[in-house]
Design a protein around this ligand. Structure first.
Ligand code: SF4
Length: 419
C-alpha cells in the first residue's frame, strides 16, 4: 500500500483571517455526556446579543463561508432559530453540530425555514445517551445514525454529516461506520473522524497558567486519568492507513499540517465518489481540490469546507482531464456499467471524509496544534482554538505544559488536548 506523502496532497489555503469555517460557541450545557467532550458547564447558554456579536466578529475576521453552531448542545439553546436566522442574514451558511437527542421534525422544519444549511451529528459508542443506546458497538449504533439520517432526509435540501470520536477501543469498528455511510451516500454528505486526545492528570506533566501559577487541569473537561488516556493516541495517518486497507476506493486529497512539527498531518480531507446504490467508484484528487477551493474563492470570495448538495452528477468526470484520481473513478464507473448496465442511470454523489488529529504534546513540551485551525471561536474579542477554549475561561489563557522527568509509564500523558 502507498504511504501518505504531503507532496501528493493539496495543502488547504486556509488561514487565520481567510477560513471557510467560523466556530460559534452557543452554550456549554448538554443533554448527554461524551467521553471525548472538551467543554465544562461553566456559564450556561450564551445570551443572544453576545452570540450576534460573535457572529459579526467571525464575519469580519474569518471571512467564513460556514458558521458551525457548536457547544455544548446547541439544540437546547432557546434562541437557536434566531441565531440561525441572524447568521443567514449575514450571508453565511449555518451548520448545527449536535448529538441529535433533542431533534424533532418540527424543529428541523423551523431551522430550515430560518436558513440552516444542515446538521452535523456526533454519534459514537463512548457517549452516555438514553439507556437504549448505551454500551453498543459502532455497528449497532448505525441504527441510531440511520434514524437521524432519515429525519434530516425528510426535510428536503438539508445537509447531513456524521462525526465521531475515534478511541483505541473503537478504532477497529470505524470501517463498519464508513461502510454504512457509503451505503447511504445519497443521504449522508460526509463523515468526520476525530482522534481522542486528553490532558493527563496523574502524570509527569505540570501545567502553568499564563501568570506563572501551577495548576492541576482537573477542572478541564478533557483532563483524564491513566486508564482513559490509554484510549488516546490514535493518529490521523494510522486511521487513513486502516481505511485505505479496507476501502480501495478511498484516498485523501488535501491536508492541514501542524503548528510545530513539519511532518504532522492534523486534518486529512478526502471526497469519495459513488453511485446512488452505494457503489463506490473512487475519490477526488489534489488537483480538483485545489481547483475547487481557488474557483470558490475567485467567484464567491470565500473558501469552502461543506457543499450543501452532494448530488454532483456525471459532470464530475469532466475533471478527469486534470485530476488523475477522478480519471480512475471514471474508469471504475464504466467497468461497473459493463458489469451492470443499469448503473449508467444511477445518480453520482460525493461524500466527504475528514480525519482530524487534535493537539499533541511534544516531548519537549511544545503543543502541536492544527495549522490554520478552522475551528477557532471568539473569546473576549480575540480568536482562540475552540478545543482549548476552557483554558481561557478558567485560567485566562492557554496552559503551558512542562514535562517533568519522564518514565516509560508516563508516556501516555504526552497527549495534551483533544478536539
Ligand atoms: S479547535 Fe483544536 S482540534 Fe479543532 S481544528 Fe483547531 S486546533 Fe485543531
Amino acid at each position: 500500500m502507498d504511504a501518505l506523502d504531503k507532496r501528493h496532497l493539496y495543502r488547504m489555503p486556509w488561514s487565520m483571517n481567510d477560513n471557510p469555517i467560523g466556530w460559534l460557541e452557543s452554550t456549554d450545557r448538554c443533554n448527554i455526556a461524551c467521553l471525548g467532550c472538551y467543554r465544562r458547564t461553566i456559564a450556561g447558554h450564551k445570551p443572544l446579543e453576545e452570540i450576534k456579536q460573535d457572529v459579526l466578529f467571525l464575519k469580519q475576521w474569518r471571512n467564513a463561508h460556514n458558521i458551525s453552531i457548536a457547544g455544548g448542545e446547541p439544540l437546547i439553546h432557546p434562541d437557536l432559530p434566531e441565531i440561525v436566522r441572524f447568521i443567514r442574514e449575514q450571508g453565511m451558511e449555518p451548520l448545527i453540530l449536535t448529538n441529535g437527542r433533542a431533534l424533532t421534525r418540527e424543529m428541523l422544519l423551523e431551522l430550515k425555514k430560518a436558513g440552516a444549511m444542515g446538521i452535523a451529528f456526533h454519534v459514537d459508542s463512548l457517549q452516555k445517551r438514553e439507556p437504549k443506546w448505551n454500551n453498543k458497538t459502532e455497528l449497532e449504533l448505525n441504527e441510531l445514525r440511520e434514524e437521524l439520517m432519515e429525519l434530516v432526509a425528510s426535510v428536503p435540501g438539508m445537509y447531513c454529516n456524521f462525526g465521531m470520536t475515534v478511541y483505541r477501543s473503537n478504532l477497529e469498528q470505524i470501517p463498519d461506520v464508513l461502510r454504512w455511510a457509503n451505503r447511504h451516500i445519497d443521504k449522508v454528505h460526509g463523515l468526520v473522524l476525530i482522534t481522542f486526545r486528553a490532558a493527563g492528570l496523574d502524570t509527569s506533566v505540570e501545567y502553568w497558567t499564563p501568570d506563572g501559577g501551577s495548576v492541576s487541569p482537573e477542572e478541564l473537561g478533557y483532563a483524564a486519568h491513566r486508564e482513559v488516556l490509554e484510549d488516546a493516541g490514535v493518529t490521523g495517518p494510522e486511521l487513513w492507513a486502516l481505511l485505505r486497507r479496507e476501502f480501495p476506493h478511498y484516498d485523501a486529497a488535501a491536508y492541514l499540517g501542524g503548528t510545530q512539527r513539519h511532518d504532522s498531518i492534523k486534518w486529512l480531507i478526502g471526497v469519495q465518489i459513488g453511485l446512488g446504490d452505494g457503489t463506490m467508484l473512487g475519490s477526488v484528487g489534489p488537483r480538483l481540490s485545489e481547483a475547487f477551493e481557488v474557483w470558490h474563492h475567485w467567484v464567491h470570495g470565500t473558501y469552502v469546507a461543506h457543499r450543501p448538495s452532494n448530488r454532483i452528477g456525471p459532470k464530475i468526470f469532466l475533471t478527469s482531464v486534470f485530476d488523475e484520481k477522478v480519471r480512475a473513478a471514471w474508469g471504475a464507473f464504466w467497468r461497473g456499467v459493463v458489469a451492470r448496465p443499469a448503473r449508467l442511470f444511477k445518480p453520482v454523489y460525493l461524500q466527504a471524509l475528514g480525519i482530524i488529529q487534535a493537539p499533541d504534546l511534544l516531548p519537549d513540551g511544545r503543543t502541536d496544534m492544527c495549522d490554520s485551525c478552522p475551528d477557532m471561536c471568539v473569546h473576549e474579542g480575540t480568536l482562540v482554538h475552540s478545543c482549548r477554549w476552557d483554558e481561557w475561561r478558567l485560567y485566562g489563557g492557554y496552559l503551558s505544559p512542562h514535562l517533568q522527568q519522564s518514565t516509560p509509564e508516563s508516556e501516555p500523558a504526552r497527549e495534551l488536548a483533544h478536539h
